[in-house]
Design a binder for this molecule. Sequence first.
Ligand SMILES: NC(=O)c1ccc[n+]([C@@H]2O[C@H](COP(=O)([O-])OP(=O)(O)OC[C@H]3O[C@@H](n4cnc5c(N)ncnc54)[C@H](O)[C@@H]3O)[C@@H](O)[C@H]2O)c1
Ligand SMILES: O=C(O)C[C@H](O)C(=O)O
Ligand SMILES: [Mn+2]
Length: 565
Amino acid sequence: MATGPDFNSPIETDLTDFSLINTPMLNKGTAFTEAERGVFHLHGLLPPHVGVLDEQVARRLKVLRAFETDFERYAFLRDLQDTNETLFYALLVRNLEEMLPLVYTPTVGEGCQRFSEIWRKPRGVFLSYANKHRIREILSNPRFDQVRVIVVSDGERILGLGDQGAGGMGIPIGKLSLYTGCAGIHPDMTLPILLDVGTNNKERLADPLYVGWRHERVTGAEYDDFVEAFVEAVADRWPDVLLQWEDFAGSNASRLLLRYRDRLCTFNDDIQGTAAVAAGTLLAAINVTGVKLTEQRIAFLGAGSAGCGIASLILQAMIDDGASETEARSRFFMVDRNGLLIEGMQGITPAQTPFVQKREAVAGWTLQTPNEIGLLDVASNAKPTALIGVSGQAGAFAEAVVRAMAQHVERPVIFPLSNPTSRSEATPEQLIAWTDGRALIGSGSPFAPVEWKGRTIPIDQTNNSYIFPGVGLGVLASGARRVTDAMFMAAGKALAKMSPTIDDKNGRLLPTVDRLRAVSLAVANAVARQAQADGVADRCDEAALSGRIKAYVWEPQYRPYLKRD
Ligand SMILES: NC(=O)c1ccc[n+]([C@@H]2O[C@H](COP(=O)([O-])OP(=O)(O)OC[C@H]3O[C@@H](n4cnc5c(N)ncnc54)[C@H](O)[C@@H]3O)[C@@H](O)[C@H]2O)c1
Ligand SMILES: O=C(O)C[C@H](O)C(=O)O
Ligand SMILES: [Mn+2]
């Protein structure tokens, strides 16, 4: 097991004057002390006032709040991150609830769409198809020697906003900001990567400002060979790295996960991270509804990466709770573009196969949707206890669907998980109104509390941000060599154990976003223990393990500098 990092000793550096100020991880801005200004030749390059981090945070917060739009705030924060990382993270960590929607979902969606407008300084790595013979050279930069975790996207399915090409880089950057902000992974250990294999987004291709490789998407064997060259180069450069796949389009997401999960330490966040947060939130809801997991009937809208990932993990949880596999499978009703998945249907993917319904199971259904079994038919006939939206289709939970569902269950569990806000299958306000206040809601993007009949109903953000930072921390600290599905089950259950509903049936489903640091720590512990149980990490006693996890948590604070001779 590797030793933990040292975040306390003074930092030795041979950088001085502009090169020191222009290194975001070392820059302290006005907080360089008088002595440091002397040693590092900073006098005159900074205004005379010597500040401290608290004051810098307050100053930035004031400026941030004065902007008119969240997009401006996003651009301001990205610039701060590329100027002074310690200050950026201090601001983030101390104001998680306010900052998360700005550096992450939903604003990061617009950040990707308008990426070319605000690109300023290098962060992470763009591996464009045109540079395919240079992958190893690019990754060999000594600046990346400390890298332990990579988030990679090819920009094809950015949230529910589709193909954003190189602009998709906003997502790996945002996800890794949460690795640091929520789990304390040191920024130098993180590397966002965008595989720029072109884009089929006509608007981007026609935009003279577009900064990506102006080419339609490379597909088929050329795409696969490029990804293979990338993974091989990564595995050679950092044999123990954790590689997170993010926002790949449907068929590539599951294919690449299957291809690589036994070759290196890797997972797909949309499939596995989402599964853990959805399963954890469902378990929390069960504390309120009292409907046992093995008795749930779960309807999905969208049977892609997230849908199949969630269904697979919940299926396993039902089996673990004693259901037979056949019985458990029959409790999933997955509606995709062509209606309910039923046996014999054309184009069923391997990931969908376990969840096709038997024809006889739906034989007597009264149908209200022409030519297919639609969501309304499922809501009326299957009488689902839970409804999960991962379709990327705004407003797809129609009033009739929600009302039909609410007729058959006392507390309908409804998770419109699609992001960003503009793609949510329904607004929480609608769901509360249509269920007469009975719905238990988990939304992918953050929503304000709903005022309803004199009550203020908080809305729980059911986003994989509750899971992946902790998974990363658990993997890094335990030295796990692979990421197993059981580790995600452990993550989801660890989250459920923190649900306020355990003590209070009227409590919210999840801890609030400002508790994400504590959540990530709990998830990390559960994941690391599971890694040991699964034999993918070396064993050590529990106290040692939790000590190692804590040792990995970096707090954004300035450290003294020593001049290296
Ligand atoms: N809350 C979270 O943590 C979280 C995590 C992952 C994904 N998501 C969101 O879920 C959505 C889907 O992500 P994904 O990775 O599964 O994408 P995906 O492309 O793999 O799957 C989307 C599926 O929805 C189906 N679909 C599209 N239109 C439909 C319609 N009108 N009716 C029924 N099905 C339809 C598609 O055919 C596809 O199978 C995105 O909006 C994403 O932002 C949220
Ligand atoms: O990025 C998010 O907010 C969650 C998820 O990974 C998504 O793709 O929507
Ligand atoms: Mn995603």
